[in-house]
Design a protein. Structure first.
Lengths: 176, 104
C-alpha cells in the first residue's frame, strides 16, 4: 500500500481527518481563487473592495490563507462583484480530491457575465433580454394536437393564442 | 495539513507575489540574505515559513516559526534563518529535497 492509499484509507475511517482535510483545502483554495480572479481582472484590492462594498483590509484578509472564516454572504458579494456565479454544493469526496488536485491557480479564471459566452450568443441574448425587457410570457410546453390532447397553443406574433381545443366535456382539472 | 496545502498551492503558481501565503521580503540581516516570509493562520495561530529562492522554481524553507505582532517564536527565528541561508550560500549546508506531500 503506497502513501496515498494509506492516507485515503485513513480518510475513509476518520471523520476528524476528513474535517481537517476539507477545512485546509477550503481555507487555502478560497483565498487562492479570490486572489486569482482579482489579478486576472487587473484589479487592486481597493478596487475589488469598492465593488464589493467592503474595506480594502477585509479583501486583504480574505486573500490570506486561514485568516478569515468565509460566510456565504461574503462569497455572494464577491461573486457578484466578479460578475461570476457561485456554486456551493456537497460533492463526493473523490470529486473534491480531483478538483483540488487539478486546480491550477495560474490558469484559473471565471469569465465575468459580460464575457460569458452563454450570455453573448444570440440565444443567450434573447434569453437574457426577454427576462429583463420583454413582458412576461408564460411558457406552455409543446403538446401535440393529435392523440387526444386537450388543446394546443401556438405562438402567433406576440401572443400565445389557442387555435383549437377539445370539447368542454373533455376538460378536467386534476387536483392534487 | 494546512502546511502541505499551502505549499501545494504555492508550487502551482509561477509568480511568488501571487501566492496567497506570501507575505514579504524580510528586512535587516535576514533580508540581506534574500529571505522571504510566507505564512498561514490555523485556529488563530500565525504560522510563518522563512525561505529563500535558490535556483529556478526552487524555494528552500529555512525555518518555521510563529509570528504575532513583532513577537517571533522562537525569538531568534529570523537570525536562525539568516544563519542557515548563509551556510547554504557558503556551501556549508546541504539542501534536503522533498516532494511536497500532496495531502491525498
Amino acid at each position: 500500500m503506497n502513501a496515498k492509499s494509506k492516507i485515503l484509507s485513513k480518510l475513509v475511517k476518520s471523520r476528524v481527518l476528513r474535517e481537517a482535510y476539507i477545512r485546509s483545502k477550503v481555507s487555502v483554495l478560497l483565498p487562492s481563487q479570490i486572489r486569482s480572479l482579482r489579478l486576472r481582472r487587473g484589479w487592486t484590492q481597493g478596487q475589488l473592495a469598492e465593488k464589493a462594498d467592503m474595506k480594502q483590509a477585509r479583501i486583504s484578509t480574505l486573500e490570506k490563507i486561514g485568516e478569515s472564516s468565509f460566510s456565504i454572504e461574503t462569497l455572494i458579494r464577491l461573486a457578484a462583484s466578479f460578475g461570476a456565479g457561485l456554486a456551493v454544493q456537497f460533492v463526493p469526496m473523490s470529486e473534491m480530491l480531483d478538483w483540488e488536485n487539478s486546480f491550477e491557480p495560474d490558469s484559473f479564471n471565471v469569465p465575468s457575465i459580460e464575457n460569458d459566452e452563454a450570455f453573448c450568443s444570440p440565444e443567450g441574448v434573447r434569453i437574457a433580454t426577454s427576462t429583463v425587457d420583454a413582458p412576461y410570457r408564460p411558457f406552455y410546453p409543446a403538446i401535440p394536437a393529435a392523440s387526444g390532447a386537450l388543446f394546443e397553443v401556438r405562438e402567433c406574433a406576440s401572443n400565445l393564442t389557442p387555435i383549437s381545443h377539445a370539447s368542454i366535456d373533455q376538460f378536467s382539472v386534476v387536483e392534487g | 495539513m494546512f502546511f502541505h496545502s499551502t505549499l501545494k498551492d504555492a508550487s502551482k503558481r509561477l509568480d511568488h507575489r501571487e501566492w496567497p501565503s506570501y507575505r514579504h521580503k524580510m528586512e535587516g540581516r535576514a533580508g540581506n540574505e534574500g529571505i522571504h516570509e510566507m505564512g498561514f493562520k490555523v485556529q488563530g495561530r500565525q504560522y510563518r515559513l522563512l525561505f529563500k529562492f535558490d535556483g529556478e522554481k526552487q524555494a528552500v524553507i529555512l525555518c518555521g516559526c510563529y509570528h504575532k505582532v513583532n513577537i517571533w517564536t522562537p525569538r531568534n527565528a529570523p537570525n536562525t534563518a539568516a544563519d542557515r541561508a548563509k551556510a547554504l550560500r557558503l556551501g556549508k549546508a546541504k539542501r534536503h529535497e522533498r516532494e511536497i506531500e500532496d495531502t491525498f
